[in-house]
Design a protein. Structure first.
Length: 204
């Protein structure tokens, strides 16, 4: 993972926060991902992947999650009606070491920032999308931007590992215990948005 490599190199300094973002402006498609009761909500699709990346970067326990959500703009404009997903949802996850991770998925953002993830440290930042990344650091009061291409996706290795686990007993790289962490964050964010309060984490 390029972000982990950059973070470990120290080029952007001590980790402060991770921002995850996806979406833009536009009516959700009429498919199962647009149903709140079926999909779980707007954060659950891409959100779980972005959180999984984030949790590789933050070496600390989850302490609490706060969620926010806006509903009603697209309601009635899709086949799901009032069971449609949120127009936008936002989650803030706090960690024991003081780092925080934000996740925002939107269908009402008319001016989305570049990149799907941004890692901010005390010396600079790294953002990336599917293919490209930029490292932005301050040197002698100057801003230095280094652009690059991301490594090829490793999806094939993931599925090969699952197949080897089922047929050969090979240990899983992504364990059930690990998978529980991003799902726990999404569940707490959804409950928090409904209840209007931060919720302490049960699984760290």
């Amino acid at each position: 993972m390029k972000a982990l490599e950059v973070l470990k190199s120290g080029v952007i300094g001590e980790l402060v926060r991770v921002e995850c973002r996806s979406g833009g402006w536009g009516k959700p498609r009429d498919w199962w991902r647009s149903s709140k009761s079926i999909s779980g909500g707007i954060l659950y699709d891409w959100g779980v992947h972005l959180l999984e990346y984030s949790l590789q970067l933050v070496d600390s326990e989850i302490t609490e999650v706060t969620g926010y959500a806006k509903r009603g703009f697209w309601a009635g404009k899709t086949k799901w009606g009032q069971d449609g997903i949120e127009d936008e949802a936002y989650a803030v996850t706090r960690f024991k070491n003081g780092v925080w991770v934000t996740l925002r998925v939107s269908t009402i953002d008319a001016d989305p920032k570049p990149g799907m993830m941004e890692v901010t440290g005390t010396k600079g930042s790294l953002w990336w999308d599917y293919e490209n990344h930029e490292i932005i650091v301050k040197k002698a009061n100057k801003t230095v931007v280094t652009k690059g291409k991301n490594p090829e996706p490793q999806w094939a290795n993931y599925y090969a590992n699952v197949a080897d686990h089922l047929t050969k007993g090979t240990p899983l790289v992504i364990t059930p215990e690990w998978s529980r962490r991003p799902i726990h964050i999404l569940d707490l964010a959804d409950r928090s948005a409904t209840e209007g309060r931060a919720i302490k984490a049960k699984y760290s």
